[in-house]
Design a protein around this ligand. Sequence first.
Ligand code: FES
Length: 107
Amino acid sequence: MANITFIEASGQSTTVALNDGWSLMQGATANGVEGILGECGGSCACATCHCYVDEARLDALPPASEAELQMLENVAAERRPNSRLACQLKASAALEGLVVHLPAVQE
Ligand code: FES
């Protein structure tokens, strides 16, 4: 399990306890976090689950796959070095306490 804090562009902060294996996208959409859409259901095909992860934790996360990197080229908001797709980040103890910021637009 991991407690993940989502901070929307408005400043609204929501902390969600996610069971291992749940994606951050699933956790956000299931808990009313509005800054993530997840239109493709998590198959890395829409880029509407774009998020900015805490830069201090970036190196401890599993690296983005080639498919994720390609999809990150299609995000609606500014792509940054700490941009990830929330559907590709799965909860585990390694993510405990992670803070992710959400862009103002997803499409
Ligand atoms: S939910 Fe579609 S790419 Fe993440």
